[in-house]
Design a protein around this ligand. Sequence first.
Ligand code: CTP
Ligand code: CA
Length: 223
Amino acid sequence: LQSLDGTGKLSGKTVLVTAGGTQENIDPVRYIGNRSSGKMGYSIAEAALKENARVILVSAPTSLDVPDGVEYVPVDSAEGMQEAVNSYYDTTDVVIMAAAVSDFRVANKAPQKIKKMETMTLELVKNPDILKGLGELKTHQLLVGFAAETEHVVEYGMDKVRRKNLDMLVANDVSKSNAGFNVDTNEGFFLYPNKEPKVMPNMQKSELARYIIGEVVELLASK
Ligand code: CTP
Ligand code: CA
């Protein structure tokens, strides 16, 4: 694995990072969310800034401070995130989709706060796959995805690399209690369409972020 520590290797490059967990409204005061903290994406944004990239941070709500120097684009839902990401895509060199995008949204959002009742059913519909859409429209961009898997990490991950036309996938093994959602460390594999997987040992998300940016620099150079 390659790591970097601030030598300006992304000068002149625009890196768009998504972060956090999307929120899908149920009614004016409630939403469906997930346990993503946003730490991975924010760490990547910081690592890319250190290499002098222009960094666009498209973020679902988190409790983190926005890193100084990023162009911050706050969003809530998957559809909002898709609109924001698509609007920057033409002028972006690297997209790193670290956000935990809700696979579903509520079919019919209630215009008023829903009152309590004995039982209730929410109908969900599938959200757009932001990254797959980018893969279909890819021209010069480098696309990096994330996946959290509890089993068959390489096999399921490689399937996502192909389906979404990715240049790299960070496949987290979240069957380990010290990896993934709402913890400070990750472990798993870096996967590529035409290269052998690289083992990603358990490490802090901030350190992993520097490795990911190191890989991005290498992939850009070999394009
Ligand atoms: N992703 C996305 N849009 C979605 C769902 C996921 O852009 N609607 C992105 C994520 O940000 C991540 C990658 O796709 O970079 C993989 O997400 P993941 O949830 O692992 O994949 P899915 O295709 O949703 O498959 P599943 O949840 O069924 O495993
Ligand atoms: Ca998913």
